[in-house]
Design a protein around this ligand. Sequence first.
Ligand code: HEM
Length: 376
Amino acid sequence: MLTYDEALNFSTVLSALTCLSAGVITLSLLLPYFIDQLQLREYPGALLAKFTSGWISWIISRNQWSETVDRLHSAHSMGSFVRLAPNHVSVSGPSAFEAIYSHPSSALKAPFYDIFSAGGAANIFTTRDRAEHARKRRVEAHMFSPQSIRTLESTVSVHFHALEDQWDALCAHIQKAGSGGAEGIIGSVSWKVHDSRVWFDCMPWFMFWSFDTIADLSFGRPFGMLVSAKDVVRIPKSNASGIQAIAEAASHSKKTELEMVEVPLIEVLVKRGKTIAALAYLPAWAQPIIGRLPGFREGYGAIPKLNGIAIAAVADRLRSPNGRADMLTKLLEGRDGEGYRYGPQELSAEAKTLIAAGGDTTARSASVLPVFQELC
Ligand code: HEM
């Protein structure tokens, strides 16, 4: 039990500490604004964006990123440049491409990209170091050469036909249903016949098609999602054991049993994507803290799962090669300026880029096609 005086002292100390913390937080937000070391104060944008990167994180977590940035660019007279965070300006305009992205430009990638390497090595997309990027480009040049890409065309068409076959099978339900309606499920995707048309959501199909294609191109075998119409892939029970399996396979040493579990790839990517961009704007120390809060936890937990999907794909491919000259073959043949090849960590980090950068983007771009066709 505390005496009255002790309780009074305790509450005074607590109030002083609360005021002190509030003062420190306020100062840490205001000082950078007034010192304006980056000379960004003149740029227009949301008021909160000038003081904290929490504002843009919050916008992204509410799924309003693109619309908000687009609206800001249209709303301001100086609309080519708008402020999104204390250290971040969004630039819109064709002349910006050359200035920012051309090789001689001194604009480097920001710490925004760091979280995309979380739990693994940096890859060609995430590295912020110019020399490291040049090294990776050298190793991967053969994989992305026009000659190598041309040899992949026949594999691409196999999966186009597989998608066509699945959609033809769906269309066949129109005749079977006659003048009535019908409905059903293939794998995990539902369909419905009415008005003599078959209705289904194209998005999962484009995802299955795209990820199967990229897996076949990269690792010599599809994930099998298009045929099963299910969002299922395998990951090692522990990513460390997967990395060890890659090392063993690459050095042709004994093959330890690799325990696998099933996860939904598309779900993992979507959850990770939503969370990771929101966290990417925050300081590195805040990311694991915010990432464990409700609303972020699932997406944050998806980060090691995506790493696991890439590790499993590389491990499977190395443990049971099928002789096809896939993209991983080219990656394994690549050497940097010193003659070194990628080790297991780098191989799986680059494999992750192929899956995420190649699969998700292609599926989402393709999903616009039916809308476009409908409009024509
Ligand atoms: C319609 C499809 C695609 C779109 C819209 C797209 C878009 C992009 C964009 C915007 C970037 C720059 C990202 C950044 O640095 O912030 C990028 C980089 C990259 N993409 Fe794609 N991409 C597509 C397909 C692919 C495919 C199929 C692959 C591989 C098989 C791929 C591999 C890469 C790689 C490796 C990088 C990093 C390049 C570097 O930093 O040197 N992408 N992509």
